[in-house]
Design a protein around this ligand. Structure first.
Ligand code: XMP
Length: 510
């Protein structure tokens, strides 16, 4: 395993990704880990990340300098290299010439970290204010740019290396080769990390964490909770109870399909709770999106808690928390901040019911969760399910949510998804769904003037939902979808396509 010490760089997740793309397992850890804690992880190598601070600034993040004496190879990137230089008796100069963006990097020798890089120069991506000024004893300069004389350093005897540029970004095209040289030649890692091996380890880890105790999991039907459920089920079988709350806000036939998949195919122990009426009654007359969310969140908690209490001897609550949700970053103002997306947690339930957490996916990215789902034999449809919000169709029926309006949306959404799947776009885009607008407009059907609902179609591409672009679906496909919805779904006489990006719009309309 490689550990990445997090000095707060915006690129940390990218470093982790790159390492895993080389099929080497890695984890991002905070700089506050003690030497003993680091030793216990038995890393084959360490990468010190970049970061926004200046090494001499008060409160700049520092790791124990003893990490450089463990005999474990270290690659310092940007701030990580400056930390290394400072800790070993070299010097770093405060902002002289800031260097940001592309630079031409001159390689001294195509060996060691730069093995195989036979061209004398290569483009690299720089982003730094401070620069190294004097090397620690035992180090050599192995490359430079016009503005940065000490562009890369090495002390091969101690297996310590530093890069002022960022090898992990796409703007450094040879970055992958450099990381491979570090991982395979210098650290001696083998590229044997696969999802199947991760699945085995993860199942073992759940077994040893949970033992013979009982676990509860809130199953939403989304890929994260489904994979979590399947993994824990493999580990402890019927000691896992899943709770699935049908809130009456799901898509067409969704609850039924989930029942079949989980109960019949996967033989999981599931409590299905049909709480649709409770949710819909409480939503009557409510149009404000925040209020809708609050009502849904509260009822979900109540229903879930009442069910969870039936499993009186449960000790654990499982959650499909992913890596980007837990990543700890060090802000420029010091102090690690854990960024946790609240909608991934079942509120304060763990504290309230004194449950410990099981989070087997917490070191994975979304696409890795999908690979894991495949490795565990999860249905293709579940593995590739597009994200679906917890409050469900309630935030896609704008204005008041009624049973009748939900039905209109469900029918239209089903047509849309059928056509998106048929066209092959389903997996290519992040999300595609229908939104029922709270206004009507005039149309003409046969000889009749109509005054009916407008339906909006939203389809976006995205990597992480933080930003998104509207999907450039072919006009022919949009035409088919519009025709079918207007002809087949009673109550809709106009379909529009949303061409806004996020930001400034959001993905959901609410
Ligand atoms: P927005 O609309 O904020 O959505 O651009 C970003 C992503 O998050 C999903 N979303 C939710 N997911 N619970 C969830 O689990 C929620 O309350 C929720 N609200 C939005 C949304 O579908 C999109 O993928």
């Amino acid at each position: 395993m490689i550990i990445i010490i997090d000095f707060g760089s915006q690129y940390n997740q990218l470093i982790a990704r790159r390492v895993r793309e080389c099929r080497v397992y890695c984890r991002i850890v905070p700089p506050t880990l003690t030497l003993d804690e680091i030793r216990a992880l038995r890393p084959e190598g360490m990468i010190l990340s970049g970061g926004p601070s200046s090494i001499y600034a008060e409160n700049s993040p520092k790791a124990d300098p003893g990490i450089l004496d463990l005999g474990v190879p270290v690659l310092g990137i940007c701030y990580g290299m400056q930390f290394m230089i400072d800790a070993l008796g070299g010097a770093v100069r405060g902002a002289g010439k800031r260097e940001y963006g592309f630079a031409e990097f001159t390689i001294r020798e195509a060996a060691g970290l730069f093995k195989g890089l036979t061209e004398k120069t290569m483009p690299c991506w720089m982003s730094h204010g401070d620069s190294a000024e004097a090397l620690p004893p035992g180090f050599d300069i192995i490359g430079s740019t016009e503005n940065t004389a000490i562009g890369a350093i090495a002390c091969p005897d101690k297996k310590l290396y530093g890069l002022q540029f960022h090898p992990e970004v796409e703007h450094t095209p040879k970055g992958r080769q450099i990381l491979e040289n570090f991982l395979f030649d210098i650290c001696g890692c083998t590229p044997d990390w696969t999802m199947a091996s991760f699945a085995e380890e993860a199942v073992e880890a759940v077994r040893s964490q949970v033992g013979a105790k009982k676990v509860i999991l809130g199953l939403s039907g989304g890929v994260d909770s489904s994979v979590t459920g399947l993994l824990i089920h493999k580990a402890i079988g019927s000691n896992l109870t899943c709770i699935f709350v049908d809130n009456g806000l799901l898509r067409k036939n969704e609850a039924e399909k989930l029942k079949v998949s989980f109960r019949q195919h996967l033989h999981m122990n599931i409590l299905f709770v049909d709480a649709g009426d409770q949710f819909l009654d409480a939503l009557a007359g409510v149009s404000d999106p925040e209020q809708k969310r609050k009502i849904i969140g509260k009822i979900f908690m109540d229903v879930f808690e009442a069910e969870a209490k039936k499993i009186a001897d449960a000790d654990f609550l499982a959650q499909g928390t992913l890596y980007p949700d837990i990543i700890e970053s060090v802000s420029a103002f010091g102090g690690p901040t854990a960024v946790i997306k609240s909608h991934h947690n079942v509120g304060g339930l763990p504290e309230k019911m004194k449950l410990k957490l099981v989070e087997p996916l917490k070191y994975l990215f979304k696409d890795e969760v999908r690979q894991l789902g495949e490795a565990l034999g999860l249905d293709e449809e579940l593995v590739w399910r597009q994200p679906f919000p917890g409050p469900g169709l309630a935030i896609r029926v704008l204005g008041e949510v009624t049973r009748e309006r939900l039905d209109i949306l469900r029918e239209a959404d089903a047509v849309l998804l059928e056509e998106i799947r048929r066209s092959g776009y389903y997996r290519k885009i992040w999300q595609s769904f229908a939104v029922l607008l709270p206004i009507k407009s005039v149309g003409v059907m046969g000889d009749q003037r109509t005054y009916e609902n407008i339906l909006a179609i939203r389809a976006v591409t995205s990597k992480d939902a933080m930003t998104a672009d509207w999907a450039k679906l072919p006009h022919e496909l949009l035409g088919i979808i519009s025709n079918r919805i207007i002809n087949e779904v009673k109550g809709v006489n106009r379909v529009v396509y949303d061409i806004s990006s996020k930001p400034p719009s959001t993905i959901e309309w609410e």
